[in-house]
Design a protein around this ligand. Structure first.
Ligand SMILES: [Zn+2]
Ligand SMILES: [Zn+2]
Ligand SMILES: [Zn+2]
Length: 258
């Protein structure tokens, strides 16, 4: 069966503190270029009338309003850092006008963190009140979402192993400092990849521009977009130094994958 046409919308392309960063008046944080305004990192994958969200950032409400997301069919989590999960509670409006519980997918450790932070949504006690109505599903291997297979890709985020995802010939690998060889094998033949590229300087838990360029070259991916970007990178200047098949993601960017 041919893969469904997918539209990927970048809801946020910024690092954990966002850009502009509180209290910073650097050239990027004060830039007039809208592409230098970066909310916390997340993408929406739309296909066949379905919307699958990767991560619920602290900016999720703003992102959903801005991208006019009218329905949500599943949320898939990469890991349990605040910049990827703290918008969890803002899935409630989707419960108001959609029937059934919202499926949320996470590795067991990430699900445990979600449960700890938002126990009221998991314990069943407040079912009749205005809490997120969710259907938690532990990721233990590839899973199908509405006819599209999602393959979890283990990646190292400093000492922690988190998940990236491949869906068809596209992949989203946020927060990582290293991609194990065993995971690189799952990333062959991609059309599009999104990669963490925090900044130029090395970081103990994140990839850099240089490192992610090497990943793109090693995989031979046709198109790559860097994300989870901090204020060290001004969009226009940073992009001018990249090869044409590697671009910086920016909030609101939409790409189509066939
Ligand atoms: Zn992050
Ligand atoms: Zn700044
Ligand atoms: Zn993280």
């Amino acid at each position: 069966m041919p893969l469904p046409l997918r539209k990927i919308t970048v809801l946020g392309s910024g690092t954990s503190v966002g850009v502009p960063t509180i209290g910073c008046h650097c050239a990027v944080c004060t830039s007039a270029d809208p592409r230098d305004n970066r909310l916390r990192p997340s993408i929406l994958i739309a296909y066949q009338g379905r919307n699958v969200l990767i991560d619920t950032t602290p900016d999720f409400r703003t992102q959903a309003l801005r991208a006019r997301i009218d329905r949500l069919d599943a949320v898939v989590y990469t890991h349990a850092h605040a910049d990827h999960m703290m918008g969890f509670d803002d899935v409630r409006p989707f419960n108001f006008h959609q029937s059934g519980d919202l499926p949320i997918y996470a590795a067991s450790g990430t699900m445990a963190s979600l449960r700890r932070c938002f126990s009221y949504a998991f314990d069943g006690v407040e079912r009749n009140t205005n809490v997120p109505h969710i259907d938690p599903r532990i990721i233990e291997g590839p899973f199908d979402l509405f006819g599209l297979e999602f393959v979890p890709i283990p990646i190292l985020h400093g000492p922690q192993t988190i998940l990236g995802f491949r869906f068809g010939n596209a992949a989203y690998l946020t927060d990582h400092s290293e991609i194990p060889d065993s995971s690189m094998e799952f990333l062959r033949g991609l059309d599009v990849i999104f990669l963490d590229a925090l900044r130029y300087k090395p970081h103990p838990t994140h990839s850099t521009v240089e490192r992610s360029i090497k990943t793109v070259e090693a995989l031979g991916v046709r198109r790559a977009f860097f994300t989870h970007i901090c204020h060290d990178l001004g969009h226009e200047r940073a992009e001018s130094m990249l090869p044409p098949h590697i671009r910086l993601a920016y909030d609101g960017l939409e790409i189509t994958v066939e």
